[in-house]
Design a protein around this ligand. Sequence first.
Ligand SMILES: Nc1ncnc2c1ncn2[C@@H]1O[C@H](COP(=O)(O)OP(=O)(O)OP(=O)(O)O)[C@@H](O)[C@H]1O
Ligand SMILES: [Mg+2]
Length: 238
Amino acid sequence: MLDIRHLSHNYGSHWALKDCSFTLEKGGFLFLSGPSGAGKTTLLRLLHGALPLQRGQAQVAGFDLARLRSHDLPALRRHVSVVFQDFRILPARTAFANIALPLEVRGLDARASGRRVRAVARALGLEHRLDTPAGELSGGEQQRVAVARAIVVNPQVLLADEPTGNLDPDLSLRLMDVFMQFNAYGTTVVLATHNPELIRRNPAARLIHLDDGMITHANWPGARLSCRADACDLLEGP
Ligand SMILES: Nc1ncnc2c1ncn2[C@@H]1O[C@H](COP(=O)(O)OP(=O)(O)OP(=O)(O)O)[C@@H](O)[C@H]1O
Ligand SMILES: [Mg+2]
């Protein structure tokens, strides 16, 4: 489902990712860990086409990102859903409208759409907040709206950037259960987190640890540690 080879990415002279390679099978669950600034968001942004590929290759849900053109993005995004670190919900619209948006875009009729929105909202403990403008919700509620909007379409791949960052421990675990349920039904999940407790509770999941843009630890043979020599070469060249 994901095949990433020698991916590197720079912002000006700063290399935020250096020689990252891994493959993740369909239905896999991958944690991305690493300190602030390690490159987690950069990697997720590359995987859904929000940043253009500079070096290396990446196949995501059957799309070759090196060949991706802007008009291919809507097709990629139909298969790959994202929970952004900063939510990006529409504050003036209700929680319901925010969650229903991707179903509307896909042309689902209002009744079927309403059923799915309510089912996902129930799973995330949002059923009593659906009529509230999203801008009036707490940070944790907004975060759950962002998660609901991403999973309501039953994506092939779900990329989630610190989805539990604003949640208390109980809600974090509840959210993880929802991710695990979707994963059990076949959604491939990549979840960036600072929270070692979430990782500890899910020892069967794949894990990649990023440090200063490099893969410095992984717990399965499908990931390759970044080659320090290649990473150093990057720092020398433009
Ligand atoms: N748009 C940008 N322009 C320049 N530098 C950037 C940009 N975005 C990220 N960086 C830099 O790239 C590096 C990796 O950033 P990234 O956001 O991917 O880290 P992260 O692991 O997601 O961190 P956090 O845990 O704080 O979210 C950091 O040094 C950051 O300052
Ligand atoms: Mg980040």
